[in-house]
Design a protein around this ligand. Structure first.
Ligand SMILES: [Zn+2]
Ligand SMILES: [Zn+2]
Length: 908
């Protein structure tokens, strides 16, 4: 029956052929027409750096597991893939590649260079994703730099603008002087470092003693607009309402009081500069103080800084400290630790500048965001707290304008005459306002406009993904929105998760998704973050080349959402080994399946099942239940580990070994058919359980098992030489997820089967310890149990134990074995006898050798000595060898299996 030759070894290079086959079969294509329940995954659009890293591997594996599992459960799954293209790293890369600065070429030309590079990078990453076997529907790919996508981003901008949720204002913003752009609070990273706290004397203009100020930012002295002290600080009570002089700049500033001053830090008196930090912004607003702009966009000191203008921040700091010291204003310096906000992209310390920028009114949306987040299921739950905490801590609106080029333009013009803001209609987008003009004149009559050169923060693109994948703004989007699930890393909760919730609420009034699954980060084998400088970076393609995508997937699946995981070569190797173990088991089973008459109906064969068949089928159905539940809980590690343990140990090590004797018997009777039925059922079911985890491997086995390989060789056969007729071939990934067959779950069978596996395991270990091959027959064995229940269980296992361990005669008995120890040899100890009895020794030796060893032993036991022609021999003069014998006097060995309540008496 089985004509297909199954290769001896599993070749993971065949993975590539399967990937091509699946694409040709359009297995993952989402069909909006289908009337099945939907499962929509709002996948992260990665930044096109050119290659996926091992963190992506983990992240996408979770999505792929869910997508594949849900498809098998009968869902119509939408698993799209997008690319979040815009942003600084690409601009920097383009500058590097072409040895230019972004302003050296026209904006459009620069943008084009960025687009070219991004296209290339997307291609590379797409190839890698396909190589991992991820099952995205590539027909649903979206790319944020395309006109179609920009249209959606600009439309969403216009909608929020018209609703008053986007506004333009002068406001302090976080500024990266290196990137020369405003950045959002979510993009500021805090880093501990050491700096000097400088103690300065601010002179009292009337000549009396002034105010001591401790500051880490003396370079901002030119922008000092007030000094603030705590209202109850006794040291400064007499000064409130008075003025002091700013050293070096000969300007007077007011002394004000505020509860927020910490009297125990520094001198308890603080200078307010515009702007040193966020607290300065609060105080300037609270007390309506002047704003002095001391630094420009590149971090260079401005004219107000007098002799320091033109210096960088660092140069200015050095020069000012030196001058303060020279003039006697610097009283002392001390080292302190400080938390410095820096740009998340380039790590440059951020400054706070006052800029006219575009903002999203986050603060007024916060209550809605909190409600929406509360209404979602978070996995793990504590990630929700992260989002809620972030939402609660927000005191500035989201600055969305960036002073860059490669991004979605802000669709806005300004009237040259009156400054009025003009926006296009939704039908006019996408557009670049620097290239086009409004279609109608300003209300003041002017037709002269300036197009906005600032562009949008890239999060403005990526925060509408659940709408984009649903087809928004087309009416049909209601059908596919909200998404079922959002999956993402915990590093982008305050950006991507937060912004997406905010934006879809603002645009549609609805939350973007029902479930959020947050994955952890992947560390190097050494437990540190992967970095080139540490040399602990693992490239996914290297792992895949050596061990295949499935082995890497098995590593990644050994984790749970929310937890960071280290990469481990040994886990990959273990997965690789496991697949080969299963392959060998499959080959063995497949060989025998030729004799399986599959037409026997399920019910009648179930009546012929032997105890071990019932056991492995019972545990199989418990496995199905446990794995399904683990998948529901996103506990991928548990699902994977249970499948692996079951197949490796219960199935391969125990069950297959214990039914081999039934397969090798020539009779085509019930017992053999029952074993074949069971083997086939276990393999078929486990293939389906494993399909989401190891899609290639399971497909390969499925292909041979279903005899798809027997046809004529066709043109589309790949390297592996397999032939696949896609009209006939039904992929394992088109099969349905296994259901628990409740009436096969049987605790009695579990107990008996486990006992059988344990007894056989002990006997196998016994044979191994005696250097006997597993096939060496044992002459006889009796298994004793003092428990009636165990006795009965062993009775039902009689044939399996006998057959598997090749025991010529196996008996089962209640009670304890009747064995005795007998002395089989008595050896004279010449080291004792020689010196003591001298000339008599030969007589003694002769006597000992010619008498029955047991009798000698008995006499010694009874009398303490034996008189041999006058010489008194005691136990000290001999050594004895003993043996156990059974009831019939035959030599036996005993195996005590106390925890099983069994004793085995063996005759070798
Ligand atoms: Zn930067
Ligand atoms: Zn106007």
């Amino acid at each position: 029956m089985k004509e297909v030759e199954v290769p001896k070894d599993y070749n993971h290079e065949n993975e590539i052929d399967w990937q091509a086959t699946w694409q040709r079969m359009k297995l993952y294509q989402f069909n909006t027409e289908e009337n099945r329940p939907r499962y929509i995954i709002d996948t992260p659009p990665p930044y096109p750096t050119g290659s996926i890293h091992i963190g992506h591997v983990l992240n996408w594996l979770y999505m792929d597991l869910l997508a594949r599992w849900k498809r098998m459960q009968g869902y119509s799954v939408l698993f799209p893939q997008g690319w979040d293209c815009h942003g600084l790293p690409t601009e920097v890369k383009v500058e590097e590649i072409h040895s230019i600065k972004k302003n050296d070429v026209p904006r459009e030309e620069f943008r084009q260079m960025c687009i070219e590079l991004t296209k290339e990078n997307i291609q590379g990453m797409k190839t890698q994703m396909k190589r991992m076997g991820y099952s995205q529907d590539w027909n649903r790919e979206y790319v944020t730099m395309t006109p179609e996508y920009k249209e959606k981003t600009q439309r969403s901008f216009l909608q929020m603008y018209h609703e008053g949720l986007i506004y333009r204002a002068v406001h302090p913003v976080n500024w990266c002087p290196r990137c020369e752009t405003a950045i959002a609070f979510a993009e500021v990273e805090y880093q501990e470092n050491e700096t000097f706290l400088n103690y300065l004397e601010f002179p009292d203009p009337s000549g009396k003693s002034g105010v001591p100020i401790a500051t880490t930012r003396p370079e901002l002295l030119a922008a000092c607009v007030a000094v603030v002290v705590h209202p109850e600080d006794e040291r400064y009570q007499h000064l409130t309402g008075k003025k002091v002089q700013v050293p070096l700049f000969n300007r007077e500033v007011k002394i004000i009081t505020d509860e927020e001053v910490d009297p125990s830090f520094g001198t308890g008196a603080v200078m307010i500069c515009t702007f040193g930090d966020k607290t300065d912004v609060t105080w300037v607003n609270r007390y309506d103080l002047d704003i002095i702009e001391a630094i420009n966009e590149q971090g260079i000191m401005q004219d107000v800084c007098g002799k320091y203008s033109g210096l960088t921040l660092a140069e200015c700091k050095e020069a000012i400290v030196e001058d303060l010291d020279k003039e006697g204003f610097l009283t002392r310096k001390e080292k302190v630790d400080q938390n410095v906000g820096q740009c998340w992209r380039c790590k440059t310390p951020i400054e706070i500048l006052v800029k006219k920028q575009w903002f999203v009114a986050v603060k007024q949306m916060n209550p809605q965001i909190i409600d929406a987040a509360e209404g979602m299921d978070w996995m793990p739950e504590h990630m929700k707290t992260r989002l809620l905490n972030w939402t609660g801590s927000m005191d500035w609106d989201w600055c969305i304008s960036r002073q860059r080029i490669f991004a979605t333009p802000i669709p806005v013009w300004y009237c040259k005459e009156c400054g009025e803001v003009m926006v296009p209609s939704e039908e006019e987008v996408p557009l670049d306002p620097t290239q086009t003009r409004p279609t109608k004149p300003c209300q003041c009559g002017s037709t002269e406009f300036i197009g906005e050169e600032d562009v949008l923060d890239t999060w403005m693109d990526s925060s509408i993904t659940p709408l984009v994948i649903a087809g928004w703004p087309g009416k049909e989007y209601h059908d596919l929105f909200p998404s079922t699930i959002r999956q993402q890393g915990h590093d982008i909760i305050r950006t991507w998760a937060f912004y997406t919730i905010l934006r879809t609420l603002a645009i549609t009034g609805d939350a973007p998704f029902h479930n959020v699954v947050v994955n952890g980060m992947v560390f190097g084998e050494d437990g540190h973050k992967m970095s080139k400088s540490r040399g602990n970076v693992i490239a996914p393609e290297d792992v895949v080349t050596e061990y295949g995508a499935d082995a890497l997937r098995l590593w990644a699946a050994n984790s749970v959402p929310g937890s960071d995981v280290p990469f481990a070569w040994k886990d990959v190797q273990h997965g690789y080994k496991f697949l080969r173990k299963f392959w060998n088991a499959f080959r063995f089973v497949n060989m025998h399946l030729a004799a399986y008459s599959a037409d026997t109906d399920d019910e009648s064969i179930k009546n012929t099942l032997k105890p071990l068949d019932k056991w492995i089928l019972s545990t199989l159905n418990q496995l199905v239940r446990e794995v399904t539940q683990a998948m529901e809980e996103y506990n991928f590690a548990h699902a994977r580990n249970r499948i692996q343990a079951y197949l490796w140990h219960d199935f391969c090590d125990d069950y297959i070994e214990a039914v081999k004797y039934r397969l090798y018997t020539d009779d085509e009777g019930e017992s053999k058919q029952a074993a074949l039925y069971t083997l086939n059922t276990v393999i078929q079911t486990c293939l389906r359980l494993m399909a989401p985890f190891t899609p290639h491997f399971t497909e390969e086995i499925h292909y041979y098992l279903e005899e798809y390989g027997s046809g004529e060789r066709e043109d589309n056969s790949g390297e592996s030489g397999k032939t696949i007729d896609e009209n006939v071939f039904r992929s394992i990934h088109q099969e349905s997820w296994p259901e628990v067959v409740e009436d096969l779950v049987d605790p009695v069978a579990d107990a008996i089967g486990q006992l059988g596996a344990d007894v056989i395991g002990e006997l196998r270990r016994f044979k191994a310890s005696r250097k006997m091959s597993l096939n060496t027959p044992l002459k006889g064995a009796t298994i004793y149990s003092s428990s009636h229940e165990k006795y009965n269980q062993i009775l039902t296992l009689h044939d399996d134990i006998k057959g598997t361990m090749r025991i010529e005669e196996l008996m089962v008995s209640e009670g304890k074995p009747d064995v005795r120890e007998i002395v089989v040899e008595v050896t004279p100890r010449m080291d004792k006898i020689g010196p003591e009895f001298k000339g008599q020794a030969p007589v003694i030796v002769k006597y000992l050798q010619s008498h029955d060893p047991q009798e000698i032993a008995n006499s010694l036991e009874e009398n303490g000595s034996i008189d041999i022609e006058g010489s008194l021999i005691t136990a000290d003069h001999i050594s004895r060898s003993k043996e156990l014998v059974g009831r019939t006097g035959e030599k036996v060995e005993l195996l005590l299996l106390e925890e099983m309540d069994l004793v085995m008496e063996l005759v070798i």
